[in-house]
Design a protein around this ligand. Structure first.
Ligand SMILES: Cc1cc2nc3c(=O)[nH]c(=O)nc-3n(C[C@H](O)[C@H](O)[C@H](O)COP(=O)(O)O)c2cc1C
Length: 175
């Protein structure tokens, strides 16, 4: 699966899942996900992160209140949160994005569904920081919620993707 056209299809096929069964994510799967997260490359190999594994229902429900786009994570059996170093929310944005994307792909490899949420705005930040007990010198931008996809889980499709003809420039912008 790590080589060839099937793997390209695997990468292209990753979709946001927001509906899950009540089946828990196994300890072995959690460990596998954490190992993938830990091995993610970062700028200067600084690994500017801490990982919070949320399985407690009350904490998930509290996090779900963060914004109008996070409610569904209350029903996800597992939420993985990557905290980044420092109080600047975007200081490690690239590193954070790499970890979160890997969680999505690792989840897919394990047969799980997963989706991203962000804790936007003053309220989102306050709720997420309180729910997770985040110290002042760490930032929490968002989370990835995971579980076994519900049978009728239709990954939300918000209009497919722009065609390459609208996106790609060869050699120089505008050509
Ligand atoms: C930076 C970022 C923030 C996102 N925040 C949320 C969110 O708060 N809630 C949510 O339901 N989806 C969120 N998403 C998921 C996007 O809506 C999803 O990736 C996009 O619609 C494409 O979905 P698809 O791959 O299933 O087509 C976020 C995605 C990214 C990359």
């Amino acid at each position: 699966m790590s080589q060839g056209p099937e793997y390209i299809d695997f990468l292209k096929g990753q979709r946001q899942t927001r509906q899950f069964t009540t089946e828990l994510v196994s300890d072995a799967d959690v460990e596998a996900l954490l190992e993938v997260m830990r091995w993610t490359g970062s700028s200067k190999n600084s690994q500017p992160w801490q990982f919070v594994v949320v399985r407690d229902a009350a904490t998930r429900e509290a996090l779900a209140q963060a914004t109008q786009y996070t409610g569904w994570i209350a029903e996800a059996p597992l939420v993985l949160v990557v905290l980044t170093a420092g109080s600047d929310l975007t200081a490690h944005a690239y590193d954070l994005g790499r970890v979160d994307e890997r969680i999505l792909l690792a989840a897919q490899a394990l047969g799980l569904g997963a989706g991203i949420v962000t804790f936007w705005g003053e309220q989102g930040q306050r709720i997420a920081r309180t729910a997770l007990n985040v110290p002042g010198d760490w930032s929490v931008y968002g989370a990835v919620a995971l579980g076994h996809p519900a049978d009728d889980a239709q990954p939300a499709r918000m209009g497919g993707r722009k065609p390459l003809s609208e996106l790609v420039h060869w050699d120089r912008f505008g050509s």
